[in-house]
Design a protein around this ligand. Structure first.
Ligand SMILES: [Zn+2]
Length: 408
């Protein structure tokens, strides 16, 4: 039996040929979609910043589009939710159930269901992806792919919550096609692929302020590198479908969530040092968004989503004495998101583009992470495959047969 994953990868190439022929017969341009994934974006943090005018770019997207909470899976974490979002199937079905699966760091070879970018590639749509979690080693697409969170490398051998540089990657390819790697090193520089590892409790003790500031400085370096990378890709390698992601916001929230002294895990020498660290992440993200928005015209769809939110430790954690520790129990944390009830930490989504309603707010948890892939396929007029568990978010469109691509 040919493994399912291998068969869909091969078919990307086999099916690209008729798709090209079709394209020549009907030169109608394909919809252009830019998706930006922000790991663990927390609406409780963002709303006050929006009200105070500190996230003008996101505010402009909300005004021009639809937004709401995004229901997530139970015990949400990055690889688990992103893989659910890619495939619109249950974690047990797609196989990437967490950071570690069967004792091994989650990797793209474990993905048992076809991801949306593979379906788009087969449909003749050009695909570009950068820093998307759980895409290491990279897979062939009708375009390019640069891996993200869970990429393994020097000083990051297990690939879990650490940051190898592009030149330091080990155990698989971080760039497809391979020929793009020297170009990126030359034109963008040797960038960090994921966010920085959080310091251990032992290292922090007595050096809290110094280490917190050093860590935040590194986070900003990584963000600036990512901004440069995204800008380069959108300028020099434009694709019909582009999927970019970043992950430093979430990690900052884990240990620097600004909360009251009443909270579980509160340690004033850590949690009282930089109270603005977490909100500042979103102000910085808004600048990244500003640089992406320069590539968005009135014919471009922009979809911003987060896979889950993040909240201070809560009652579920009482029974676990190490609940306020992370990274193999070494890093003190004060907020988390892998709660059994994922509805406590919903993600969020923001969408704008041709035919998407303006200033629409979806109430409750009507939209879920399962709905993102079917909705993206809908924009391209590709029918939702049977295995997908989600639905097209028809309510965000002006009408079902509006300016979005006509269904075959
Ligand atoms: Zn997290």
């Amino acid at each position: 039996m040919v493994p399912r994953k291998l068969s869909f990868l091969l078919s990307v190439f086999l099916l690209a040929l008729p798709a090209i022929a079709q394209q020549q017969a009907a030169p109608k341009p394909k919809p252009r979609v830019i998706v930006v994934g922000v790991n663990g974006m927390e609406l409780d943090m963002i709303r006050p910043l929006l009200l105070k005018g500190q996230m003008p770019n996101l505010a402009s997207v909300i005004e021009r589009g639809a937004y709401g909470k995004l229901r997530t899976v139970s015990a949400p974490n990055c690889p688990r939710v992103y893989s659910t979002l890619f495939t619109s199937t249950y974690p047990e079905e797609h196989g990437v159930t967490g950071f570690i699966v069967g004792g091994i760091t989650a990797n793209s070879n474990m993905l048992k269901e076809e991801p949306v970018w593979s379906m788009l590639s087969k449909g003749g749509i050009t695909v570009g992806m950068a820093n998307v979690p759980a895409t290491f080693p990279v897979m062939p697409v009708n375009g390019y792919m640069i891996s993200g969170m869970l990429t393994r490398g020097k000083n990051c051998e297990d690939g879990v919550l650490c940051a190898p540089k592009l030149s330091e990657v080990m155990g698989g390819d971080a760039v497809y096609p391979k020929s793009m790697q020297p170009e990126l090193l030359k034109k963008v520089g040797d960038f960090y692929i994921d966010c920085e590892r959080m310091p251990a409790a032992g290292d922090l003790k007595g050096h809290e302020t110094e280490l917190i500031d050093k860590w935040l400085g590194k986070v900003q370096v990584i963000r600036e590198q990512q901004t440069r990378l995204f800008d380069y890709l959108l300028t020099e390698h434009p694709t019909d479908f582009t999927f970019l992601a970043q992950s430093c916001e979430d990690r900052t929230g884990h240990w620097l969530y600004p909360i009251t002294p009443f909270n579980v895990g509160y340690n004033p020498s850590v949690n009282n040092v930089r109270l603005d660290a977490f909100p500042n992440q979103y102000i910085a993200f808004d600048k990244v968004l500003g640089s992406i928005l320069k590539h968005v015209d009135e014919n471009t769809y922009l979809v911003i989503f987060s896979d889950h939110g993040i909240k201070p430790l809560r009652e579920f954690e009482e029974k676990d004495p190490h609940a306020h520790m992370d990274h193999q129990k070494t890093t003190p944390v004060i907020a988390k998101h892998d709660f059994a009830d994922g509805d406590d930490v919903p993600g969020s989504f923001f969408a704008m583009g041709p035919g998407i309603k303006h200033d629409l707010r979806l109430m409750g948890l009507a939209a879920s992470v399962y709905d993102v892939a079917p909705t993206l396929l809908h924009i391209y007029g590709i029918e939702q495959p049977k295995q997908m568990r989600g639905r097209i978010l028809t309510e965000i469109f002006e009408s079902s047969d509006n300016k979005v691509a006509v269904k075959k």
